[in-house]
Design a protein around this ligand. Structure first.
Ligand code: BGC
Length: 265
């Protein structure tokens, strides 16, 4: 039987979880989805995440993708979630409530892990950049299959603004832009990113990856572009995969400065 882990994908609108078949890179059972509580405070979100996995096995690794940059489990930045998350050690808080250690990683990093391993990046050598286009713009950067965590490339400056405020998929809906007009904004963003990283492949994920024909014909970028293949499930699959094979979660252990380490307590 193929190994299984649990993946939880936390987003601004929904919290989704499922058991994942780690060899196939597919869900091993039904996906549970519960709307993200409003306000999305740590206590409320952690409680809801616990509910999503209540019926799933308790003896397998758990990975959680969350829209934030983390250092050693601590939330450093999370523009689209409740400010109460900032500075919290979310990994410890989730582990405590779920009664077992969890692997916590950025949501786009989780989706990227799945796309590179099982989706549009499978078998591609070199530098791959996965961009998730949703409420914000998430990013996951890989070199030869290795993730550089927490890249936050959605926040580069474009025309004097945070890029995700101009080019995220949510901007198209909020401003009622045509697909072509939005693709123009996305094209400008992708060219700026291409000039910074010169990747061998850019994978475009998020809900819009289900409708690539609407916007991809309007894009003109040096780097090859591919729509993501795992669509809705990438975040769950990648979080589970990371928990099973690449724990501990990305981030560095803080070390005391050399001088204070020498002192005896
Ligand atoms: C956050 C990222 C996240 C992305 C997609 C951005 O606003 O800064 O951490 O990956 O949204 O959810």
């Amino acid at each position: 039987m193929s190994p299984v882990a649990i993946g939880i994908d936390i987003g601004g609108t929904g919290i989704k979880a499922a058991a994942v078949d780690l060899e196939a890179g597919e869900l091993a059972g039904d996906r549970v989805r519960i709307p993200t509580p409003k306000p999305a405070t740590p206590d409320a979100v952690i409680e809801t995440a616990a509910q999503t996995i209540a019926e799933l096995p308790t003896d397998v690794p758990v990975g959680i993708g969350f829209p934030a940059a983390f250092v050693d489990g601590e939330v450093m930045e999370s523009p689209n979630m409740d400010p109460a998350w900032l500075g919290l050690n979310a990994r410890d808080a989730f582990s405590e409530r779920l009664g077992r250690p969890v692997t916590l990683l950025n949501d786009a990093d989780a989706a990227g892990v799945a796309e590179v391993r099982f989706g549009a990046g499978k078998g591609v050598e070199g530098v791959i950049l996965v961009l998730t286009l949703g409420t914000g713009i998430g990013s996951a950067l890989f070199t030869r299959g290795h993730l550089v965590p927490n890249t936050e490339i959605g926040h580069i400056e474009l025309r004097g603004k945070d890029a995700e405020l101009r080019a995220a998929a949510s901007v198209r809906e909020r401003k009622d832009l045509s697909w072509k007009k939005w693709a123009g904004r996305l094209n400008e963003y992708l060219n700026a990113v291409d000039r910074l990283f010169w990747p061998d492949l850019i994978i475009l994920g998020g809900g819009v990856s289900k409708k690539p024909e609407r916007f991809m014909p309007h894009l003109d970028v040096r780097a090859p572009l591919e729509p993501a293949r795992l669509a809705n499930h990438a975040g769950i699959v990648g979080a589970a995969f990371r928990a099973a094979y690449l724990a501990p979660a990305p981030g560095r252990r803080r070390r005391a400065p050399a001088r204070s380490r020498r002192r005896s307590p």
